[in-house]
Ligand binder design. Structure first.
Ligand SMILES: C[C@H](O)[C@H](O)[C@@H](O)[C@@H](O)C(=O)O
Ligand SMILES: [Mg+2]
Length: 395
């Protein structure tokens, strides 16, 4: 039976949460003081929105097939992403059978290599790829994870990211990853405050609950090494994304410098099998954390994950709601997942891409039954109350 073909591709942007989950407005922990590469400039230290962390906004990609089925996905990409989709990538989709995801991915990547390869262009390709997987799975009437080889576990278990691991423990999560507050520009006083905050949280959660620091590219090798050594006595399980994503050499050195038993993790701002090949072959980290909405989509994450598995390196995707859940359910080397606490005080479980997606499944007791994913596609709907803007309608 011939498969439907793609008849239309549409790209929208939307503000206020959604896939650009850093776009939260005032009073949310995720826009509080968190160390970043911009923290060396005091005027950009208090809030990450001050230097534009939320500048892109959400990209919504819709792909419609000849039988009327519509697949969609959301990622971080905004108007730039809309331009790339409608003025460049759509030509590789329209007219193609919904099954030819590999061909469409290869043409999107090869055709944009002269200006893409990573960053917002790979975010955009990821968004298109996820929409294609949503469309194909809907045409076949199956959840995406069933197209990926089926579940290898009955439930997903999550660690929680946010400033309140003490609350996350009470909610049943297996660990808590805190954003690092102070960077090297705040010198010894800042380092002591980072360690004191970890020590206080360790006292609050007890010895067996995982505690991690997310350093969001803010550190240098010396500072990261000293933080890791100081964190050891407080049971710091892993130290995440300490350095620039381009400093593969620094990560390789850091991994040799940290105390035995402490893990070095990174990857959320890396893209494609080639970027992750560098991380793996240079011995940069113990866990890779690709974001399926940024690394190239599911089509690329399948390749990245197989490469990591050959290196015995776990793949714990950066939190991306249903888009990572459907993947993690199917991979033995993805034994747990990340859940970003998107309530402003990190004190309750709310949908990660709130308010943009309806039917987003939520962990209960820090766990999510794979059966909660048993709806066609990724199993979510766009919230009709969220105003979508289409800046580059098809010419
Ligand atoms: C909490 C971190 O600062 C980032 O906002 C977060 O998106 C990312 O680094 C993560 O690992 O969740
Ligand atoms: Mg991170």
């Amino acid at each position: 039976m011939p498969m439907p073909t793609i008849t239309a591709v549409r790209a929208f942007t939307v503000r206020g949460g959604g896939a650009d989950y850093h776009d939260q407005g005032d009073g949310h922990w995720i826009d509080g003081q968190i160390a970043t590469p911009m923290s060396r400039y005091p005027e950009y230290r208090a809030k990450r929105s001050s230097f534009g962390l939320n500048v892109l906004g959400t990209l919504v990609v819709e792909v419609e097939a000849s039988d009327g089925t519509v697949g969609f996905a959301v990622t971080t990409g905004g108007e730039i992403g809309c331009f790339v989709v409608e003025r460049h990538l759509a030509r590789f989709l329209v007219g193609r059978p919904v099954t030819e995801i590999e061909r469409m991915w290869d043409q999107m990547y090869a055709a944009s290599q002269f200006y893409g390869r990573k960053g917002v262009v790979l975010n955009t390709i990821s968004g298109v790829d996820l929409a294609l997987w949503d469309l194909l799975a809907k045409v076949r009437g199956e959840p995406v994870y069933q197209l990926l080889g089926g579940a290898v576990r009955d439930e997903l278990v999550f660690y929680a990211t946010g400033p309140r691991p003490d609350l996350a423990k009470k909610m049943g999560f297996i660990g808590g990853k805190m954003p690092l507050k102070h960077g090297p520009a705040e010198r010894e006083e800042g380092l002591r405050a980072n360690v004191a905050a970890l020590a206080a949280m360790r006292d609050a959660v007890g010895d067996d609950f995982w505690l991690m620091y997310d350093c969001w590219m803010a550190l240098d090798l010396d500072y990261a090494t000293r933080l890791a050594i100081a964190g050891r006595e407080h049971g710091l399980k892993w130290i995440e994304e300490c350095l620039s994503p381009d400093d593969y050499w620094g990560y390789a050195a850091l991994r040799k410098a940290v105390p035995a038993g402490m893990l070095v993790t990174t990857g959320e701002h890396e893209a494609t099998r080639w970027g992750f090949r560098l991380l793996l072959e240079m011995g940069c980290c113990d866990i890779i954390q690709p974001d399926v909405g940024w690394c190239g989509g599911l089509t690329e994450l399948i390749k990245i994950s197989a490469l990591a598995d050959a290196h015995a390196c776990p793949v714990i995707p950066h939190g991306s709601s249903v888009y990572s859940y459907h993947f993690v359910a199917t991979r033995p080397n993805s034994p747990f997942a990340e859940f970003l606490m998107m309530a402003p005080e990190a004190d309750r479980v709310v949908p990660m891409f709130h308010p943009l997606l309806l039917d987003e499944p939520l962990p209960e007791g820090g766990r999510l039954k794979v059966s909660a994913l048993d709806r066609p596609g990724f199993g979510v709907r766009l919230n009709p109350d969220c105003a979508l803007h289409r800046p580059y309608p098809a010419a």
